[in-house]
Design a protein around this ligand. Structure first.
Ligand code: AP5
Length: 231
């Protein structure tokens, strides 16, 4: 069956995308959200929205994100807990960029239990760091719908304009090479330990993320079809 023709299945758990900056978490998380009709929750996007609105959380997060560090757990956890209270999360949700620390992972485990979901299923995007700089410096994102492009590998039909909605394509301020290096360090130090954490719990599946977008998508849906949470 063609992937796009699959019926909307039900998901009774959170799917988590875990992987370094530029590994394709956002690109693939959108596909899972679309296929299952559940929300795509990117903590990076939520924080950027707070920054652009100048909320108290945004004001605290801005300098931290600009230097490529992680926003403190206490701030992120409160934001996530509020978000999954909304009714659109009642059949599951896809996390992209959360959890990022062991504290966040333990909190998520408790949170899903409270909401009557099974424990999260983690898709671990495996990729070497050499390709990530090119992917991130080349990334452009639609200001309107959030569609993700790459000027080298996935360019829009018209430069600077989104194919879907004509929105302006922008470059993230943290996609400068010096900040990317800090983000990669933060990933290795604070987030990579989650691979072992979830592997030990039997909740993690490795995905080779150094393939084309279509190949990664195919592999990811095969993994999701193999878990008990999809019915
Ligand atoms: P966040 O927004 O989560 O950024 P990130 O984790 O660094 O990940 P990216 O969005 O950069 O990459 P991605 O893996 O989603 O790749 P994408 O699909 O876009 O976080 C930003 C900041 O917010 C953090 O630094 C931190 O400060 C803060 N933050 C967020 N969450 C937090 C948390 N939980 N706790 C604390 N702080 C938090 O793809 C990248 C490019 O590659 C695109 O151009 C795409 O077209 C291209 N591409 C994708 N797949 C492929 C492929 N298979 N082949 C070729 N090109 C591809």
């Amino acid at each position: 069956m063609a992937l796009d023709a699959r019926p909307v299945a039900m998901l009774d758990r959170a799917v988590v995308f875990l992987g370094p900056p530029g590994s394709g978490k956002g690109t693939q998380a959108k596909e899972v959200a679309k296929a299952f009709g559940i929300p795509h929750l990117s903590t990076g996007d939520m924080l950027r929205e707070h920054v652009s609105k100048g909320t108290p959380l945004g004001l605290k997060a801005k300098p931290i994100m600009e230097r490529g560090d992680l926003v403190p757990d206490s701030l992120v956890l409160k934001m996530v807990a509020e978000r999954i209270e909304r009714p659109d999360c009642s059949h599951g949700f896809v996390f992209d960029g959360f959890p990022r620390t062991v504290t966040q992972a333990k909190y998520l485990g408790e949170l899903v239990k409270q909401h009557g979901f099974k424990q999260p299923f983690v898709l671990h995007m495996v990729i070497g760091s050499s390709v990530l700089i090119r992917r991130l410096t080349g990334r452009r994102t639609c200001k309107v719908g959030g569609e993700i492009y790459n000027i080298y590998d996935r360019p829009p039909k018209v430069e600077g304009i989104c194919d879907n909605d004509g929105g302006e394509l922008i470059q993230r301020p943290d996609d400068r090479e010096e900040v990317i290096r800090e983000r990669l360090l933060a990933y290795e130090k604070r987030t990579a330990p989650l691979v072992q954490f979830y592997r030990r719990l039997g909740q993690l599946q490795d995905i080779d993320a150094d393939k084309s977008v279509e190949e990664v998508k195919q592999r990811m849906f095969e993994s999701l079809a193999g878990i008990g949470g999809v019915r």
